[in-house]
Design a protein around this ligand. Structure first.
Ligand code: SF4
Length: 695
């Protein structure tokens, strides 16, 4: 307690997948003070600039406070009945696959669970996908191919114990700053070495022992070379490889690879391989630079192959670690928020899994085929196959590839519902029905971070106006569609118990995700729940996976996946001579709906820009701060040129955050072609092609 008379409440930061614990003290007037939670295992009290500024983002200026139908204020009763009637009518006329939900890693696990249950169990379509598809779908696919399940093997404690941390396609210093601080602490205490593999020289290179500025998209070739060197140097662990299949095929593919496509010289590659092989405790962290690629799944498996070959997985200080962009991307994966998954890591394509979920939910039908993944979903909206669409806490009119086409598709959709906290987004302005949802500090539920730790997000301040929790909105629409008893929930705790009970069914079917130890959790214990790393069962809690060589494929073995380098789908050519890399800034978040409310965050880098190499700038006659028109085969933007050798000659970089609201001419995803990885469906957001001209 302090002078305000109100106690601090433990909750979780709503930004990145690090999942830092925060202590929130409401001031009694709608504001909150924020500090890091010293007892949270993800951050031990640390916060980054975004987390520290959370208190500046809870004002009401940007909120809409009551439902809106066709631009007019409405009652909840009328708005929800309209949503239920239009979805029911569309399904009756055109079938269940004529409707879709596009949701978000901003949803809490309980919200996500209800959305997934409604679409897959009761509407009878798998057309629910999430903006996490843009972030980490390739990691999911890579994990499932190698391990049999989407399992993160290690924990954040591995960063404290590693002697080498390799960052692949990850600007950890800006995008997961608290994890980066943890790596730096290990560097100070035990001399941990840091290697950065990234075409750009980012802030994460400042402390690196080695920066490999490889050609965009060539990661597979580099890790194939590493696998070959592991074999040649006798570093393969035959005891561990006995728990796997496919090593010889993967090695054959690796040995036939030409590492020269990386653009790195032999000395650089040899130095990396020597360091990796000679260091027993290696953690390889990877993020969007790996995932957002037309060969993202192959890149993930190229990394996993090296850890499997050496047995450097699931033991202290060892393993691959996929870090997610959003606060609850992992929770979304766990509840089956992707169009090709069922809840609790059960598989939609597996008839036993479908039958088990159908029985558990007492559902009329579970679809047999995967639904439309994000890019395909909006193409189906555009060509009229999807006739009713519900978008929840995300802004696809800005953030999807080919964003102009997505914006036009949503505008032309016969019926679009948007649930969000603000009506001032490019997407919300296109909605037929706007539903005011509760925001971060008003919500109650759970999230899972990148190392499987489930944390409580707690309500700290009252919801303004008529805003309601997402699970409540979704369940009410479900009941009005006639699914009464299956959606009769009174609280997020009740939903969590059901979900935990379903995980016991999943575990009996050989799945990894098991939180059955929480299936009888009382409301009080749910309210008080400490961070818990899954699995949570009657006999086990937390820990690492796979150190014992037990995997989740039917034969209990892991799989090596033979992979070969594939260049990015779009080729540079005289009309589009530059390779466009897109990414995030330190102090902004997604499309800035929250972070732009903080003056100090907006002060970091305050306008959209394009980084271009000095030689390219000279060739184009550009001076620093010139405006440039950036044109791709599908769109055009106007940006401020920053001349810097942090990008390679022939490459340019632009941040993703600005929108039609904040900078109408700088919508970067309007430049990104809707090309996807054929395995994961993740768009190739980091390797487009563009021309640059002075504006
Ligand atoms: Fe929030 Fe991520 Fe920063 Fe932690 S590192 S405070 S979770 S944005």
């Amino acid at each position: 307690m302090d002078g305000s008379g109100l106690p601090e409440i433990r909750s979780t930061c709503p930004y990145c997948g690090v999942g830092c614990g925060v202590l929130l003290r409401p001031d009694g007037e709608g504001g909150i003070a924020v500090r890091g939670d010293p007892e949270h295992p993800a951050n031990h009290g640390r916060l980054c600039s975004k987390g520290s500024a959370l208190g500046e983002t809870v004002g009401l200026d940007h909120r809409f406070l009551s439902p809106v139908v066709d631009g007019e204020q409405s009652s909840w009763d009328d708005a929800l009945q309209l949503v239920a009637d239009r979805f029911s009518d569309t399904i009756a006329r055109h079938g269940p696959d004529s409707v879709a939900f596009y949701v978000s890693g901003q949803l809490l696990t309980e919200d996500y669970y209800i959305a997934n249950k409604l679409m897959k169990g009761f509407i009878g379509s798998a057309n629910i996908d999430t903006n996490s598809r843009l972030c980490m779908a390739s990691s999911v696919a890579g994990h499932k191919r190698a391990f049999g399940t989407d399992t993160v093997p290690g924990t954040y404690e591995d960063l404290d114990e590693a002697d080498l941390v390799v960052l692949v396609g990850s600007n950890l210093a800006w995008c997961h700053p608290v994890l980066y601080q943890r790596v730096l602490a290990a560097r100070k205490s035990r001399g941990t070495k840091i290697v950065v593999i990234d075409p750009r020289r980012t802030a994460s290179c400042n402390d690196a022992d080695l920066h490999l500025a490889l050609q965009p998209g060539s990661d597979v070739a580099l890790f194939n070379r590493l696998l070959s060197e592991i074999y040649e140097s006798g570093a393969v662990d035959p005891g561990f490889v006995a728990h796997t299949n496919g090593f010889d095929s993967a090695l054959d593919a690796a040995r036939n690879e030409q590492a020269s496509v990386t653009g790195l010289n032999d000395r650089q590659i040899s130095e990396f391989c020597r360091l990796w092989i000679a260091t027993e405790k290696v953690v390889t962290i990877y993020s969007q630079g790996v995932n957002q690629s037309s060969s993202g799944s192959d890149k993930v498996n190229a990394i996993l192959n090296c850890h499997l070959a050496t047995g450097r997985i699931g033991t202290p200080g060892c393993g691959p670690l996929s870090v997610t962009g959003q606060p609850n991307a992992m929770g979304g994966r766990e509840v089956g928020g992707l169009a090709n998954m069922l809840a609790c890591h059960l598989d939609l394509e597996n008839s036993d899994h479908r039958a088990a979920v159908r029985q558990f939910w007492d559902a009329p039908a579970i679809p047999e085929a995967p639904g439309l993944k994000a890019v395909d979903m909006f193409q189906a909206v555009g060509d009229g196959r999807i006739k009713a669409l519900w978008i929840i806490h995300t802004n696809p009119a800005v953030s999807m590839p080919d964003a102009d086409a997505v914006r036009d598709a949503i505008a032309a959709c016969p019926f679009t519902v948007v649930s969000d906290i603000t009506g001032a987004t490019d997407t919300a302005r296109l909605a037929d029905v706007l539903l005011p949802a509760t925001a971060w500090a008003e919500k109650d539920g759970t999230v899972t971070n990148s190392d499987r730790t489930i944390s409580r997000q707690r309500k700290v301040i009252d919801a303004p106006g008529q805003a309601r929790p997402d699970w409540d909105i979704l369940a009410e629409v479900a009941r009005r569609m006639g699914f009464t008893s299956a959606f009769d929930y009174a609280s997020p705790a009740e939903i969590f118990r059901e979900y935990a009970a379903l995980s016991k069914v999943a575990a009996q079917l050989g799945r990894d995700f098991d939180v059955s130890g929480l299936s009888n959790i009382s409301d009080t214990h749910y309210d008080d729940m400490e961070p818990r790393r899954w699995p949570v069962t009657s006999t086990r809690e937390g820990g690492r996976f796979f150190g014992d060589g037990a995997f989740f494929h039917p034969d209990g073995k892991a799989r090596f996946i033979p992979v070969r380098f594939k260049p990015p789908a779009a080729r540079t050519e005289p009309r589009f001579p530059f390779r466009l890399n897109t990414g995030r800034l330190r102090d902004q978040w997604h499309t800035m709906t929250r972070t732009s409310l903080s003056p100090r965050l907006s002060a970091h880098l305050s306008e959209p820009f394009l980084d271009i190499h000095p030689a390219d700038a000279t060739a184009l006659g550009l001076s620093a701060a010139d405006l440039v028109r950036v044109t791709s085969p599908i769109g055009s933007s106007i940006l401020r040129a920053r001349i810097t050798d942090s990008v390679q000659q022939g490459n340019v970089f632009a941040p993703i955050h600005w929108t039609g609201e904040t900078a109408p001419s700088a919508r970067i995803d309007a430049l990104v072609a809707p090309v996807t990885d054929p395995v994961s469906g993740q768009p190739e957001s980091k390797a487009g092609v563009v021309s640059v001209t002075r504006f």
